[in-house]
Design a protein around this ligand. Sequence first.
Ligand SMILES: Nc1ncnc2c1ncn2[C@@H]1O[C@H](COP(=O)(O)OP(=O)(O)OP(=O)(O)O)[C@@H](O)[C@H]1O
Ligand SMILES: [Mg+2]
Length: 236
Amino acid sequence: MGRGYFITGTDTGVGKTIVAGGLAALYKDKGLDAGVMKPVATGCKRINNALVSEDAVFLKRAAEVDDEYALINPVSLEQPLAPTVAARLSNTKIDLEKIRMNYDSLCEKHDYLIIEGVGGLLVPIEAYYFVVDLASEMELPIIVVCRSNLGTINHTLLTVSYAREHGLDVKGIIMNDIKENGDDVVKKTSADEIQRLTGLPLLGIIPFDKRLDVTQFNKEALLNIFRDKIDKDIII
Ligand SMILES: Nc1ncnc2c1ncn2[C@@H]1O[C@H](COP(=O)(O)OP(=O)(O)OP(=O)(O)O)[C@@H](O)[C@H]1O
Ligand SMILES: [Mg+2]
């Protein structure tokens, strides 16, 4: 495998799936072979007695890969809670070995991998094993997805600082407008401050667009927006 990215966020619901899917679609568009993975998913839906993650389905469609669902998403939990809690409530144990095995298989199969984390870096996966530990094990540079409204400077600096403390290679920041009619002054000044204080590149600002919906995959919109808004020269 060449490389790829581990996509994390400053919080849950900031747009990691949209960004991971958008990047996977960009790789495909450039004729590059990128696999995707959602190692741990919570809030999965029960379909024909199997637990299915909307995120994993979205990523698979965006990347246009034929990998089996179970390879992409080895750990699927029903409750929309932190993984440790969701596992406890469903009386299951999160199988870290299975995650590692699937990751190795995907690395062998693909030239690049785009991995979506779960929540933010300090979300617990197993007793004292956090998302940051998973990202470290995978040895991929991380991209931090942050929101664009007030408060984002604090959340983003905390995430970048924690990632660096743990030796992660932070490639850059992607700001995502998850809310309609955001304040442009807040967005622009926050983006500038985040770059000034982290020294990291802003890899793109994704605008709010109703077609960027994890539950309704729209390949054309996803690709057009990411082609237009992402700094492809730095990322790919
Ligand atoms: N730029 C955008 N414009 C409009 N809607 C968006 C945008 N980005 C994300 N959304 C919507 O906001 C919600 C959260 O986005 P997303 O699922 O990508 O976040 P996440 O960080 O992956 O969340 P989770 O922690 O649950 O995995 C989704 O319903 C998604 O469709
Ligand atoms: Mg997601």
